[in-house]
Design a protein around this ligand. Structure first.
Ligand code: GLY
Length: 347
């Protein structure tokens, strides 16, 4: 098992290794003296691991309750959040009990926000079960639900007490869910020159999954520690590829999954960067190769105009211009602002 400490306002550890789900009771105990745990998960993850973890906690003398909602981004809304909070109150959870999120980005984001709100804040442990949540959303304290006006528009910063990543769970993901996480993994290798593109080209990502996740998290830790509350313009770098990705997600009505959209976003943004002369052909080509080899690239079913119009809604935009974090080379990105017309000409 590997351990990495994130030095935010309240520091916490990320534990990474095989078989950690068998040790959940032991790992939670230091953060839960009352031994009362509230598990927040979705129906798919519940079928796979929810019962097993609840039973193992109860066997070890914990009292574990579970709230299960329907899998998918559509659940990340205020009514499900409200149901979670009401359920916690009904079951008598107190401020010194522990919330545990089990799942991908949706349970992590929504459970995280519930833990920030319930009784003005209760401790939370994040246990990501997708590659995407393991390398990105479970770490760094961003929690949120979606509003009708847009994704993640209602949220809070709430750092977890601990993040537990069981690499056996990640290795056993269905191919499409694993591939989806590769969108964020590829983004990490664009921001920092890591050995991951090499693993991708050799078809060796799963064999090296612990080191892949570790490298992505080391990057995330480095950035989050410098800009925990996303106010200094440093954390924005984690949004490389995300301007176009958010537009694609929005245009698809969120039927294209976030990681797939990020993968497409990285390819399109690299081509924009190449056309602007900020990166060379090799850089753009290596990003496209990584995406294609991960089984992620497909034709984008939207017009240039639709993409540009959707980019105008991006939260990062400044001075009525669309903000991109474009690659200069593998391991370096720069902020670039474009008007919608400039973007259409570059797409
Ligand atoms: N997922 C981007 C961030 O944590 O800032």
């Amino acid at each position: 098992m590997q351990k990495m400490t994130v030095n935010t306002t309240e520091k916490y550890d990320i534990l990474l290794g095989a078989g950690l789900k068998e040790k959940v009771a032991e790992l939670l105990l230091p953060f839960c003296p009352t031994k009362k745990v509230f598990i927040i998960t979705d129906d798919i993850v519940d079928r796979l691991y929810g019962e097993e973890i609840t039973e193992s906690l109860n066997r070890e003398g914990f009292s574990a309750e579970k709230f299960v909602f329907k899998n998918g981004e559509a659940s990340k809304n205020i009514s499900v959040l409200s149901e979670i909070l009401e359920f916690a109150a009904l079951k008598g959870f107190k401020r010194n009990d522990l919330f545990l999120t089990l799942g991908g980005g949706v349970p992590g984001d929504m459970g995280g926000l519930a833990s920030a709100l319930y009784m003005r804040g209760v401790p939370i442990v994040q246990m990501p079960t997708t590659l995407l949540s393991a390398v990105d959303s479970s770490v760094g304290g961003k929690t949120a639900i979606d509003l009708k006006a847009g994704k993640n528009l209602c949220g809070a910063f709430k750092q977890p007490k601990l993040v537990i990543i069981d690499t056996d769970i990640i290795k056993n993901l269905p191919d499409d869910i694993f591939a989806c996480g590769m969108g964020e993994v590829i983004k990490c290798n664009i921001i920092k020159d890591l050995p991951i593109f090499d693993y991708i080209s050799k078809g060796a990502v799963k064999q090296n999954i612990e080191s892949v996740i570790f490298d992505c998290l080391a990057l995330k830790k480095e950035i989050v520690e410098q800009d925990e509350f996303d106010t200094k313009g440093i954390r924005n770098i984690l949004n490389a590829g995300h301007t176009v990705a958010h537009a694609i997600e929005l245009l698809s009505g969120f039927s294209i999954m976030h990681g797939n959209a990020v993968a497409m976003g990285t390819v399109i943004e690299a081509k924009i960067s190449e056309k602007l002369g900020f990166c060379n052909k090799n850089t753009a080509q290596s990003i496209e190769n990584a995406v294609k080899s991960s089984g992620l690239y497909f034709e984008i079913p939207f017009s240039k105009e639709d993409i540009a119009n959707a980019c105008i809604l991006d939260k990062k935009n400044k001075d009525s211009r669309i903000v991109f974090l474009l690659p200069e080379k593998i391991g370096s990105c720069r902020e670039v602002k474009l008007t919608a017309d400039e973007l259409i000409n570059l797409l």
